[in-house]
Ligand binder design. Structure first.
Ligand SMILES: Cc1ncc(COP(=O)(O)O)c(C=O)c1O
Length: 388
């Protein structure tokens, strides 16, 4: 049996093997602490649970959603964009419901890219930027996000011949996994560069509500001219602790949204309407609900940072996201550290190398377990660090 070249080109998905390894360790009696996936233990919003419970009683909610989906969800998402960012979009032409933002990000590649086109992909970064590019038979050009540029992707450092072939650039701030945030001045430069080089900017914004210390993350559409170049992806997963519900939305110019919908027509028939009902209810009160979760992530961040530092890890203070991007001592391979962390002390982390060679030298901790467990994980990791 031969599989498609596309499948052969897909890198191993960073977390694909972790659930099985974790299960094996638990079966062996290991007290595993999993700070690997960005999937917090907080319950979803009450309003979401109540809305979906009510919706399940309505047989109409069990029908196909199709690409139109629930008009009330589109309207609630558009109202949120207006309220929160001052961005006015037509909920039916410039906004589209997604089965989680991952799905839209992946399919945007299919909607935009031809074989031979290049998409500029940050490393470390969400694996779907590369995957969506490869599944469209296009070529990812990897740009390493490092402390040198404050983890910002600088388009003027991309070789001219690559820029010429490039059609798409993926950006994600607040960033997974580095927790970096993007200054507005930077975003203005990016929008100008995209316009100059005729690039579409896929701006992936699932962490915009998980911010701390007074920092407020913008929408790319707050930057003048961005509607000409950008498609923005939002998600209910992280800011509202609804990862498993699979709901998000894309915003962009009508032609780009229509192209995405055209692809989606052939691969899905819309997110479950009952889930869209819940999403609409959550978005009506989004800022308050998200602020509650952000405060809880901040409490975990504030507890783990001193513990990490006390255990020998030199970490910066993240201003956003549920991640801490932890540098390792020079020369210590992140995969080797992760293996020891997993097998010797039962802590699941994500090594930089899982994101690609350009992310070597770091590992990621996700603030997804209660504070005492985070501290316990940090102490165990400190023991590993002391013996490598
Ligand atoms: C940067 C980034 N974008 C998008 C997603 C996808 O989120 P979802 O598909 O759950 O909306 C994730 C999830 O981890 C992420 O980290």
């Amino acid at each position: 049996m031969t599989f498609s070249r596309r499948v052969g080109r897909l890198p191993t998905y960073p977390m694909a093997e972790l659930p099985a390894i974790k299960r094996r360790l638990i079966e062996q009696g290991v007290d595993v602490i999993d700070v690997g996936a960005g999937d917090a233990d907080f319950p979803p919003p009450d309003v979401a649970v109540q809305a979906v419970t009510r919706a399940l009683q309505d047989p109409a909610m069990s029908r196909y959603a199709f690409q139109l989906g629930l008009p009330a969800f589109r309207e609630a998402a558009a109202a949120y964009m207006r309220r929160r960012f001052g961005v006015s979009v037509d909920p039916f032409k410039e906004l589209h419901p997604l089965l989680g933002s991952k799905e839209g990000i992946a399919h945007m590649g299919t909607a935009l890219l031809n074989p031979g086109d290049v998409a500029i992909v940050p490393v470390p970064g969400y694996a779907v930027y590369q995957g969506g590019t490869i599944l469209a038979d296009a070529e990812p050009f990897l740009y390493n996000l490092t402390p040198r540029t404050d983890f910002l992707l600088e388009l003027d450092e991309i070789p001219a011949d690559v820029l010429q072939r490039a059609k798409l650039v993926y950006l994600n701030y607040p960033n997974n996994p580095t927790a970096a945030v993007a200054p507005r001045e930077y975003l203005r430069r990016v929008v100008a560069a995209c316009r100059k080089h005729d690039l579409v900017l896929a701006y992936d914004n699932p962490y915009c509500e998980i911010t701390f210390d007074g920092y407020v993350a913008p929408s790319i559409f707050e930057i003048p001219g961005a509607m000409d170049v950008a498609v923005e992806f939002h998600s209910l997963s992280k800011s509202f602790c609804m990862t498993g519900w699979r709901l998000g939305w894309a915003v962009g110019r009508p032609d780009r949204i229509a192209a995405l919908a055209r692809v989606k027509n052939y691969v899905d028939t819309g997110a479950f309407l009952a889930v869209q009902t819940a999403g609409a209810e959550v978005l009506k009160d989004a800022e308050r609900i998200a602020a509650g979760y952000a405060a809880q992530f901040k409490a975990r961040r504030d507890a783990i940072l001193p513990a990490l530092r006390a255990n020998g890890f030199e970490v910066e203070t993240p201003r956003a996201t549920l991640y801490v991007w932890v540098p390792l001592p020079e020369g210590l391979a992140s995969a080797a550290f992760q293996k020891r962390a997993l097998e010797d002390v039962g802590v699941v982390t994500l090594p930089g190398s899982a994101f690609g060679a350009g992310a070597e030298g770091f590992f990621r901790i996700a603030l997804t377990v209660p504070t005492p467990r985070l501290i316990e994980a940090t102490e165990r990791l400190g023991k590993v660090l002391a013996t490598v």
